[in-house]
Design a protein around this ligand. Structure first.
Ligand code: GDP
Length: 438
């Protein structure tokens, strides 16, 4: 995420040295301007940003630190229109959010992602199926809510979203939910019928906030539709979906200031975990190439139990990491979302090779094979694969559709990996690892 934008800023930063002159500043700003336009940032936004950084750097006195400071302040000002918000809870539960957006923007998926984000924060969430326009929308929500184990309110008996929402709100109040997310109807384009329906649903729900889901792949159109929605029904935040498929990424930089509504979240993949909170103070660091350790810590905390993590480290150090631990780790990793979204939060890891960033835990053939094999083993065998004799290996191979040669190879690999991990978890482990990665 933010790769192209981060490259734009870091390559400009590199152009300025410690004690520098006007010429170097002009060069750095020229580089920045060119890169930002290439990343599809709106030209007005670019012009203002460059002018602001220039004035501010000169005020501070030209030099690398001053340039960095000026850049940080300007970026923050650009991104923080409407505040540093993320998800805001209403004083009295439930916090009710209307999810709006055009058809295909990713509204329904994003509703599920937001519910997952809130569930990870131990909130009780109700999703309301009020998109009765698109036939498959309710079924899609059934699948999503079953997967993420969140309650769904639906009423097949009516085609009237206002009725559904009214009844859902009564239900939500009686059951004490922390958050109610209402999935509303979308259309291919903005029309009066849609706006009337949304207006009526809005009255029935009296939401605390209205989120607009904008497809980042539509570029500057995302800004235009968000602005229209803001003018017509009023929106409090934008969620930019499909950002993972947007190689340029410039929309995210100008959005808050262009629409004058804060960008609250970014959707970065098709999985339920692929939603990132957009907090300007953190994003500025990421854009400038300094990573986002706080964000990473938050993501990790959602899935890793601290006690277990300590225990695991000990096991690795003693070379006792076994297949049971492996299965558990695989499940945790899945919950963290894509590798690339994690890497971009680690300072200096943004430029990690694409192969590593694109590594897909769930769909890697190798890992699937190991998982199938481990699942066919007894718990005792998972703890100590040396217990496996040839006939057991054959049974396991048959059980998971692999050959016994493959089984032998995978067990051997796993043992070697355990030895490596033991080595790297030792005193100079991190240094060794770093020197290996170059
Ligand atoms: P809706 O009509 O607005 O409710 O759209 P959907 O939620 O059905 O999403 C449309 C398509 O976009 C689906 O195939 C989703 O899986 C996909 N999608 C949604 N958000 C993202 C995202 O952040 N990244 C990617 N790659 N795909 C997404």
């Amino acid at each position: 995420m933010f790769d192209t934008l981060t490259d734009s800023f870091t390559s400009a930063i590199k152009k300025i040295r410690f004690h520098d002159d006007d010429k170097a500043l002009t060069k750095a700003l020229g580089e920045l301007k060119k890169n930002l336009l290439k990343a599809d940032v709106n030209h007005k936004v670019v012009k203002e940003l460059i002018a602001d950084v220039q004035v501010l750097t000169k005020e501070k006195g030209i030099g690398k630190d001053q340039f960095l400071e000026a850049l940080r302040e300007t970026l923050y000002k650009l991104l923080e229109v409407g505040g540093n918000k993320g998800f805001t809870f209403a004083p009295n539960p439930p916090t009710t959010i209307l999810m709006t957006g055009l058809q295909g923007s990713g509204k329904t998926t994003t509703t599920g992602k937001l519910a997952t984000y809130l569930k990870n924060k131990q909130k009780k969430v109700l999703i309301v199926a009020a998109d009765l326009q698109r036939l498959a929308a309710v079924e899609q929500l059934r699948q999503i809510t079953t997967q993420i184990e969140v309650e769904l309110y639906e009423d097949e008996a009516t085609k009237n979203p206002v009725e559904v929402v009214k009844a859902a709100m009564e239900y939500a109040n009686s059951k004490i939910f922390d958050v109610v997310l209402i999935d509303t109807a979308g259309r291919l384009a903005i029309d009066d019928e849609l706006m009337d329906e949304l207006e009526n649903v809005k009255k029935a729900a009296s939401p605390d906030e209205i989120f607009y889901v904008a497809d980042s792949l539509t570029g500057q159109d995302a800004i235009r539709t968000a602005t229209s929605f803001k003018e017509k029904i009023g929106i409090d935040g934008v969620i930019l979906s499909k950002y993972d498929g947007d190689s340029k990424g410039g929309v995210a930089l100008g959005l808050s200031s262009q629409v004058q509504v804060p960008l609250r979240f970014i959707g970065s993949g098709e999985k339920m975990e692929d939603l990132e909170v957009f907090l300007p103070e953190r994003i500025v660091n990421r854009l400038m190439g300094f990573g986002d350790i706080e964000g990473l810590a938050e993501k990790t905390a959602n899935v890793i139990d601290e006690k277990k993590a300590k225990l695991l480290t000990k096991k690795i150090q003693k070379g006792k990491f076994n297949f049971n631990d492996f299965l558990e780790q695989m499940e945790s990793m899945k919950k963290m979302g894509s590798m690339s979204s994690m890497m971009s939060m680690i300072p200096g890891m943004g430029n990690m090779s694409k192969a590593i960033k694109d590594f897909d835990f769930e769909n890697s053939g190798e890992l699937k094979g190991i998982k199938a094999m481990v699942s066919s083993m007894t718990p005792k065998e998972r703890e100590d694969p040396d217990l496996l004799n040839n006939s057991r290996k054959k049974r396991i191979a048959a059980g998971c559709g692999l050959s016994d040669v493959e089984i032998n190879r995978m067990i051997k690999q796993f043992k070697n990996a355990g030895k490596m991990a033991k080595k790297f978890s030792g005193k100079n482990g991190m240094k060794q690892l770093q020197s290996m990665m170059g």
